[in-house]
Design a protein around this ligand. Structure first.
Ligand code: NAI
Length: 334
């Protein structure tokens, strides 16, 4: 008998509801049996709940252990805490994993990018410890711990071993932040010494930005603290055709949230033209996590075929198809 999974679905806001609906249709069409528990979170729900992230959303993920999430808007400057940071910290989802690769049919400057970014997800400048020293000076505290650094670097090496990857590169700024990034780098070197079969090197984040633009094909698995991971994920998405293509997973010891790397894209929200590839590929990562590898592979192949055929590309990739036309094309290839 088929196993029934219960999964929390956070559609989010902006383009979130459109792309999430596309993804759930594709998953349902693949034959995997999922009972979706819809949870409302994001800026659009502040009036209803008094917070963008009601406690019952976190409870739902604690219970179901797995969530698929669309993007949510985080107001800039002041106001409520970021939904994403709250979820990642309260569930201790320490590893943010973003595979970035070129797809045939998608115009980009490079042919052969295939890298995976492991971003530490719970600390660094995102710990949210900020205060005004006086009216003129603001201060942010950067936290780097040996424990969290070890966990993310180990996750990167374990991924490399299990997925036939050859090299792990640690990205840091230890030449300037000698204590915090120094601790990250030392910890990475210690973990690397436990994995003799995988090559290891380290690159300073500013140099890494240049190297990624010049020769992205040279890189394999990258591991780094939170802020550099946030920035380099977007940079790397630009190497392969944009944010509409890059999926992601936030993994902890007990729970996992799968979500695209992109945000709520207010500039195109509600127009049925967002590219759902990133969230569909996030669903592929989720299905693998749920041991539904066969369906995951079928969906991934269907997405690759639709991209390669170029008939149903969304406007971000130079096409004129809608979100749902793209999703339906994927479904028809299943
Ligand atoms: P964004 O990723 O929403 O958009 C950047 C650019 O990429 C825009 O031009 C947008 O149209 C385009 N884009 C993004 N996703 C696309 C898709 N699927 N298809 C086609 N084009 C796409 O970044 P932005 O504008 O900086 O952030 C908007 C809001 O999203 C902010 O409030 C931000 O805090 C939030 N955000 C939320 C995230 C999450 O929930 N995981 C992640 C990143 C940002």
């Amino acid at each position: 008998m088929k196993h029934r999974h219960r999964v929390t679905l956070i559609p989010g806001d902006g383009i979130g509801p459109e792309v999430s609906e596309a993804a759930t249709k594709v998953i349902d069409a693949s034959g995997v049996d999922i009972d979706w528990e819809v949870a409302e979170a994001g800026a659009a729900f502040i009036d209803k709940y008094g917070t963008p992230i009601p406690e019952k959303v976190i409870d739902s993920i604690r219970r179901n252990k797995v969530a698929l999430k669309g993007p949510v808007t985080t107001p800039v400057g002041k106001g409520f805490k970021s939904v994403n940071v709250t979820l990642r910290k309260s569930l201790n989802l320490y590893a943010n994993i973003r595979p970035i690769k070129t797809y045939k049919g998608v115009e980009s400057r490079y042919d052969d990018v295939d890298l995976v970014i492991f971003r530490e997800n719970t600390e660094d400048l995102y710990a949210g410890i900020e205060f005004m020293v006086n009216d003129e000076i603001a201060q942010s505290v950067k936290i780097i711990s040996r424990n969290a650094s070890r966990k993310i670097v180990k996750a990167a090496f374990e991924y490399a071993v299990n997925n036939g990857r050859k090299k792990v590169t640690a990205v840091h700024k230890a030449n300037i932040m000698k204590l915090s990034d120094g601790l990250f780098l030392r910890t990475a070197q210690e973990v690397a010494s436990e994995y003799s079969g995988i090559e290891f090197d380290n690159v300073i984040v500013d140099a890494m930005s240049m190297k990624l633009v010049l020769n992205p094909e040279k890189y394999d698995v990258l591991v780094m603290p939170n802020l550099y991971g946030d920035i380099l994920s977007d940079l790397a998405s630009g190497l392969v055709g944009g944010l509409g293509l890059v999926p992601g997973a936030n993994i902890g010891e007990e729970q996992a949230i799968f979500e695209p790397a992109h945000g709520s894209a207010p500039d195109i929200a509600g127009q049925n033209k967002a590219n759902p590839t990133a969230i569909i590929l996030s669903s592929v990562m989720m299905l693998k996590y749920l041991h539904e590898g066969e369906a995951a592979d079928r969906i991934e192949k269907a997405v690759e075929t639709v991209l390669r055929d170029k008939k149903y590309l969304t406007p971000d990739l130079g096409g004129s198809s809608t979100t749902y036309e793209f999703a339906n094309a994927v479904i028809s290839k299943l």
